[in-house]
Design a protein around this ligand. Structure first.
Ligand code: ADP
Length: 600
């Protein structure tokens, strides 16, 4: 049903618009035609009235002329007739009338302007003419008719010639109205001049002349009317016929719409007419309604074109609106889908984040386990080292003890004494091996103790003084930073420095003037002590394993000094690193926390 709604609406709209436009255009077109016809009619009437007015009073003037009266009094006189003829010809020429003549009281023409023309009126009997009768009764006659001699249509003005209160004759002026027809050249409008009965005697269309167009509401039938007119001999022997009127309609505005058939002028016409009572005629303009059709077609075409353009525009706008709405809906849907996807993705991300956290925790646990395992490995390493280191002296002690027992049995007391000394030495050696291991057993705590650099320097010098002197070694340790304090107790810090410096001395054994530099760098939070020697430096293997317990390149070394020092530095929140100096020699860098300043 909805599918047909729009076409039906358009069809209905088209019909409505067409009907409205048709009536509007018809009305408008008719008004235009009527107005144009009225203008033409007015112009024609002015022209006609002007023509008639020029000659209207001429018969009256002629009636006063003595020459004409003289002739009426003495009609037989050739001189008077001649004088009257000449006079009438002169007046006729001067005034531009068609004919001027004088009729006696019996209706016989005595003198005429055309007395020497091809068909002069002189001698003609005009008794039957209404204009003669009107004048004889003392009135001013006016009448149009077909000239019975000339057969030229004309308008007649007549006037009585008075003498001693008696009408002794009649003067007549005839005006030819045919020239108006010739000058008319509007193909869509025709001028009709009709008499009181409706007989067209002037028409711009030749074949409409002497046709009868009865007045609207005329009771008498056309045939009766025609026979009466014929009796008046107004149009002489001309055969009068009714106009082939097929339809006649009077509009609300009072104009008449005529439909003519038959002749070449078949068609629809608008008749605009005006009665000229003073001239006894009715003047009409018959306007062809052909332009009306064209006007209606034009208006309908233009109107429908506009209607369809507007309808198309409306449909277009509606479609565009629909499209926009659809587009917005799609956009909304896409937006919602996107939001859903974002939500879904967020959920997935949250999940994977949680999983990652769990994995990190797991990792942590694993790391702890690994650290534990590493610790166990170190323990194993350590145990192996201790086992290896202590086995030798223990075996030796057992041998010395066994030997001592045998020597005792044999009573060799001095030898036993020597063996016991060896045993004691070996025990001492074992104690020396075990002594540094106590460091491993010590609790790892970041001690809050602190040591001034001056104290550290002095303590180290006390412990190494003899050795340095023995080797003629020079220790360069600047005193300018003596006020600065570092974290850590003096005992352990001295142990680290003694270890580093004695390693350096050992590395330079045999050198004539060994030299050791302790470079001190003070930072905001840290104090760095770099111990540099001028020995052979660290070999590749030493660089990789120097801080591992029991790593040593020395025949008598234990390989524990640096691993313990490293451990002490770490337990104090610092670090110990080893490197070779670019100019030769090893550099051990000890970084410690500054104690006299709160870390930022
Ligand atoms: P030990 O002195 O008992 O060997 P350490 O842990 O103190 O044990 O030293 C481990 C090893 O590091 C030494 O055997 C030596 O090879 C190397 N080393 C330490 N200090 C220096 C140094 N200043 N120059 C060269 N080698 C060094």
């Amino acid at each position: 049903m909805r599918r047909f709604a729009l076409p039906l609406l358009l069809l209905f709209g088209t019909l409505l618009v067409s009907t409205g436009l048709f009536f509007h255009a018809r009305e408008q077109g008719l008004t235009q035609i009527r107005q144009s016809a009225e203008v033409s009619l007015g112009r024609y009437i002015i022209n006609l009235r002007h023509q008639l007015a020029r000659h209207r009073d001429l018969p009256k003037l002629l009636a006063e002329q003595q020459q004409l009266k003289d002739l009426l009094n003495d009609p037989a006189s050739p001189q008077k007739t001649d004088a009257a003829n000449h006079y009438l010809a002169w007046v006729n020429d001067t005034m531009g009338a068609t004919d001027s003549y004088l009729i006696d009281s019996n209706g016989i023409t005595l003198a005429a302007s055309n007395w020497n023309g091809p068909s002069p009126f002189v001698g003609n009997d005009y008794r039957f003419r209404p204009y003669f009768q009107q004048a004889m009764e003392g009135g001013q006659g006016r009448y149009f008719a077909l000239g019975n001699t000339s057969r030229v249509r004309g308008y007649f003005f007549s006037s009585p010639v008075w003498q001693n209160d008696q009408v002794i004759g009649v003067t007549v002026i005839k005006v030819d109205l045919e020239d108006i027809e010739g000058s008319w050249n509007d193909p869509l409008q025709d001028i009709l001049v009709m008499d009181e009965d409706g007989v067209i005697f002037i028409s711009t269309r030749h074949n409409w002349r002497f046709r009868l167009l009865p007045k609207p509401g005329e009771q008498t039938s056309p045939s009766q009317l025609l026979s009466r007119i014929e009796a008046s001999r107004r149009y002489e022997n001309t055969i009068l016929k009714p106009l082939p009127l097929q339809h006649r309609e009077t509009t609300a505005e009072g104009e008449q719409l005529l439909t003519l058939g038959g002749m070449d002028a078949a068609g629809h016409y608008l008749l605009v007419s005006k009665l000229l009572p003073e001239a006894g005629m009715q003047v009409a303009v018959l306007a062809n309604l052909l332009p009306l059709k064209a006007h209606i077609t034009r208006t309908l075409t233009a109107g429908l074109a506009i209607f369809w353009t507007l309808a198309a525009l409306l449909l277009f706008l509606r479609a565009r609106h629909g499209m926009k709405q659809r587009h917005e809906r799609e956009l909304q849907l896409a937006h919602e889908a996107l939001e859903r996807r974002v939500e879904q993705r967020t959920r997935q991300l949250t999940k994977s984040n949680q999983r990652l956290q769990r994995e990190v925790e797991l990792h942590h646990q694993t790391q702890n386990q690994l650290v534990q395992a590493a610790k166990m490995a170190v323990l194993g390493q350590l145990s192996a080292g201790i086992n290896h280191e202590l086995n030798q002296p223990l075996t030796a002690i057992r041998q010395f003890a066994d030997n001592g027992r045998k020597l005792l049995e044999r009573g060799r007391h001095e030898a036993v004494e020597s063996n016991l000394q060896e045993i004691s030495g070996l025990a001492e050696r074992m104690a020396a091996i075990l002594q540094p291991l106590r460091e491993f057993a010590r609790k790892r705590d970041a001690s809050s103790a602190q040591t001034q650099l001056a104290q550290l320097r002095r303590g180290t010098m006390v412990l190494l003084g003899v050795e340095l002197e023995k080797q003629h070694a020079h220790l360069h340790w600047p005193e300018q930073w003596d006020d600065i304090s570092v974290t850590g107790d003096p005992g352990r810090l001295e142990q680290v420095l003694v270890n580093l410096i004695s390693n350096a001395l050992q590395a330079m054994t045999g050198t004539t003037a060994p030299r050791i530099d302790v470079n001190v760098t003070i930072g905001d939070e840290h104090v760095t002590l770099a111990v540099r020697d001028y020995g052979p430096g660290l070999c590749e293997q030493a660089l990789a394993h120097v801080f591992e317990p029991f790593f040593t390149t020395k025949s008598t070394g234990l390989g524990l000094g640096l691993s313990i020092s490293h451990r002490i530095a770490e337990s104090l929140g610092g670090e110990l690193t080893a490197a070779n100096h670019p100019l030769g020699g090893a550099v051990f860098t000890l970084v410690l926390n500054r104690a006299d300043k709160e870390p930022a």
